[in-house]
Design a protein around this ligand. Sequence first.
Ligand code: AMP
Length: 120
Amino acid sequence: MSYDPNNIFARILRGEIPANKVYENAHALAFHDISPQAPVHVLVIPKGAYVQMDEFTAKASAAELAGFLGAVGEVARQTGVDKTGYRLIVNNGENGRQDVPHLHMHVMGGAPLGRMLPRS
Ligand code: AMP
């Protein structure tokens, strides 16, 4: 999938629309999800133009990779979910049901989250 520079997270990164920021470093930004699905629901995004995780891991520099993963850990500690447990989700592409085409990691916790996927 080619990168759409007008996606909503690209616009947040450019400061065109606001976000409720949790943490930022040179390569990543973390902010509260606008429609939280758990008491803690934070999104961590790389500042670079990547859509999926496979693309990010293939193309990003070591500093970008470290900045992104480091931000995930920072968010877990800052929100306190490191103490009680949490779930990390990255939806990728069509089958992964990715809505916003800029790579993002959901950091979710603050309460028991149930099964990872509903059973059919
Ligand atoms: P996904 O389905 O994995 O692409 O997740 C996209 C997430 O972005 C959803 O959980 C939305 O609630 C969230 N979202 C969409 N727009 C915004 C926004 N402006 N600020 C914060 N979160 C947003």
